[in-house]
Design a protein around this ligand. Structure first.
Ligand code: ADP
Ligand code: MG
Length: 698
């Protein structure tokens, strides 16, 4: 095989390919578009389109597509061929600047939450030049934003880019105030760690619940779960290691620098993390990673499960969104640094994040809300549903000393006055680790750990970016008015920390005591489920926030809220119907058949010896008959609940009905079926078991 350094990024029309194929003045014009946000003139777009097509065709591409991220949660693409007939049965390969820059698609079946009437089917895609085009399956994919005829966002990319612009505007303004004249732009860097499960494809195909819902709706726990912790960093099995190698190669070709792949806590669970990059690019890459992970799995007779909780009783899968703020001059603004001047800047940006997380914890929570993630958050394996922040003892001590106006112990006895040049020095690696915190400072970045494994990271980052931009906007207004900058900085940092330190919690986030303290004493939200948190999207303070930074209009917020609630109801509806089907067509027939087998055995034995005492067959026969009756009754009750829920008009009410009537019935039904599984002979059970899925064949 070729050397990695040679094939890395070979399927990406990135900086290297552009320098090789574009005329120098076109390349410069393009870079200015990307780096400084300047518009690209049509002639340059024409040249770029031509070069892009030539490059793509030389790599075997025959089609192109505007690749975008509608509200479905997966990516969408509509392929167009480069072929253009030129008469006499001849064709040429053509691709124009106009085709590169924008597209129109009939996208009437993609969700719009009422923003686009079905008869107004047109949606528009617009090239996002900050994210590189790439080739996938002989198709040139051009990352785009997707909006309605009236310019309303119908995707996750548009608001993400808007939130990055808002953050850029405010952060540059802050830096100017601090005397920085060099920095031209500030952007968030993101590295997303991705967890997932691998299961055998043949076994997967035999489980309708996995096929239709991505998770097991039934399944008794095997005697061995994850308690031995022997999977974590354990030896990687042959089949999985082949999968890793192929996945690496595919992702490297797409210029995605995958860094780690190790086994996770649960059996059959794994994690992958690419090296961090600009937030919008990281969002694109994460979508691609999820897609390629699934494709490569299929080629290897495996299925990659991205559901947040595919197996009950086994840790679920999440995503860690590592977020930092970087300048175009390469400075990480969340790096404590070691000079007092840098500390002032660091503390200011740190406080901006603390304020943001405290004021908009509801948005952070709802940005990760999904039916799947509801099963994970707060289940003693993932962060609780309460959003709090971990800073570590050292940093908290620094901020406490500022708050109390007492010397920072780590600094000796000197009294601290918080001017830009007399701040405490902050030790570089000053944070310890805390796995239970939803939003943890980890040295020079924040790690938001509440994302579900199937989530697009766009939503969470839209919230973080916008909320931090808002903190900075308030800071800027205050500092711009100040006559004594040092004094103003000092009081701003102190006041911000005082007002928002309730969100800082360094202890064990899994404890019941914490939940009590968080809600009762600190007044933090504990929004456990989708119907709890989604309506908060529409709170006036949130609508105002998005309007202030031009991230969402109120119509866009309302549409998103509706789409997410719709999605939640649809998911649960599909799950319930799958469960009902499996009970009627798989479980009840199997249980009943096995019970009658036992009945037959009992009759045979009694015929031979009427005095025989009751034994195995009798006990199990009786219990299975009881279970059959109970399971059938519960299944019918579930059927009724589904029908009733579907007829609830109001979407929030419908979501609540899903949560409070459908899900609990599914749980009770499952408990009965799982018990039956422990009584029925292994070879009579109609679907592969947890032991099969988690421990065999992989
Ligand atoms: P962990 O120990 O939690 O796995 P790592 O340091 O290994 O943390 O990094 C995990 C992810 O965080 C990787 O994707 C990495 O690229 C990303 N990351 C590291 N530094 C930064 C940063 N400054 N900004 C954003 N992401 C970062
Ligand atoms: Mg991590």
């Amino acid at each position: 095989m070729e050397k990695l350094t040679e094939y890395f990024g070979c399927m990406v029309f990135g900086d290297k390919a552009m320098r090789q194929t574009l005329a120098p003045e076109i390349y410069t014009a393009f870079r200015r578009t990307v780096d400084e946000g300047l518009p690209l003139d049509p002639a340059a777009a024409e040249s770029i389109a031509e070069a892009m097509k030539e490059w793509a065709v030389s790599k075997g591409a025959t089609h192109y597509t505007h690749w975008f991220q509608p509200m479905t949660g997966v990516t969408a693409e509509k392929h167009d061929s480069f072929l253009t007939p030129v008469g006499d049965g001849e064709v040429i390969m053509k691709f124009s600047g106009k085709e590169l820059i924008s597209g129109e698609s009939d996208a009437s079946s993609l969700p719009s939450g009422g923003l686009r009437a079905t008869f107004e089917a047109r949606g528009y895609t617009a090239w996002d030049p900050t994210s590189n085009a790439f080739i996938k399956d002989n198709v040139l994919c051009i990352p785009t934003a997707f909006c309605s005829y009236g310019g309303l966002a119908l995707d996750k990319k548009t608001p993400l880019l808007r939130s990055m612009e808002a953050l850029d505007r405010q952060a540059v303004r802050t830096l100017r105030l601090l005397g920085d004249t060099d920095v031209k732009s500030v952007f968030p860097n993101v590295g997303a760690e991705q967890e997932y499960f691998l299961v055998d494809k043949e076994l997967y195909d035999k489980r309708p619940d996995l096929v239709f819902t991505g998770r097991t709706l039934f399944g008794a726990m095997p005697p061995k779960g994850q308690e031995l912790d022997d999977h974590y960093y354990g030896a990687i099995k042959q089949r999985v290691s082949e999968y890793f190698r192929e996945l690496d190669t595919e992702l490297w070709k797409l210029g995605i620098p995958v860094r780690t792949e190790h086994n996770e806590v649960a059996p059959s669970q794994h994690e992958l993390a690419p090296y961090y990059c600009k937030c919008s690019v990281a969002a694109d890459q994460n979508q691609l990673i999820m897609e390629i992970m699934q494709n490569v799995a299929k080629r290897n007779g495996l299925v990659c499960l991205l559901h947040e909780k595919p197996f009950r009783g086994v840790n679920g899968s999440g995503k860690h969104n590592n977020w930092s703020l970087c300048t175009d001059t390469g400075v990480n603004l969340l790096s404590p640094g070691d000079t007092p001047h840098k500390n002032a800047r660091f503390l200011l940006f740190l406080c901006a994040v603390i304020k943001a997380v405290d004021e908009y914890s509801d948005l952070l929570r709802l940005s990760v809300a999904s039916a799947g993630n509801d099963m994970r958050l707060g289940a003693n394996e993932a962060p609780p549903a309460v959003v709090s922040m971990f800073l570590g003892d050292e940093l908290t001590a620094v901020l406490d000393s500022i708050d109390n106006e007492t010397p920072y112990a780590g600094m000796g006895k000197k009294q601290l006055r918080l001017g830009a040049d007399i701040l405490p020095r902050i030790p570089q690696d000053s944070t310890d680790r805390n796995r239970t915190s939803p939003f943890a400072f980890t040295g020079n970045k924040f790690e938001f750990r509440m994302l579900g494994s199937a989530d697009s990271i766009a939503c969470a980052n839209i919230m973080i970016n916008t909320a931090v931009a808002d903190s900075l906007m308030a800071f800027n207004a205050e500092l711009e008015k100040a006559s004594d900058l040092n004094a103003a900085l000092q009081s701003l940092i102190r006041r911000t920390y005082r007002e928002h330190k309730r969100v800082v919690f360094n202890g064990n986030g899994y404890g019941e005591e914490w939940l009590n303290e968080a809600v009762k004493e600190r007044g933090l939200y504990d929004l456990r489920t989708v119907p709890d948190c989604l309506p908060r999207y529409l709170d006036q303070k949130n609508i105002d926030l998005f309007a202030r930074h031009k991230v969402f209009t109120s119509a866009e917020v309302a549409s998103r809220c509706e789409i997410i609630l719709e999605n939640y109801c649809k998911h649960i509806n599909i799950e319930a119907r799958t469960a009902i089907g499996m009970v009627m067509r798989d479980f009840l027939p199997a249980i009943s058949r096995f019970a009658s087998e036992l009945g037959g055995a009992i009759d045979t034995r009694r015929a031979a010896d009427p005095t025989l005492a009751n034994g195995y067959e009798d006990a199990v026969y009786r219990r299975l008959n009881e279970l059959c009756t109970d399971i059938y009754a519960h299944n019918e009750a579930l059927r009724t609940a589904v029908r009733r829920t579907r007829s609830v008009e109001d979407i929030t009410e419908r979501a609540i009905s899903c949560r409070d009537t459908v899900l609990p019935l599914m749980d009770r039904l499952r408990a009965l079926v799982d018990e039956a599984e422990t009584h029925v002979a292994k070879d009579r059970w109609p679907v592969p078991t947890y032991s099969d899925l988690l421990f065999s064949k992989i």
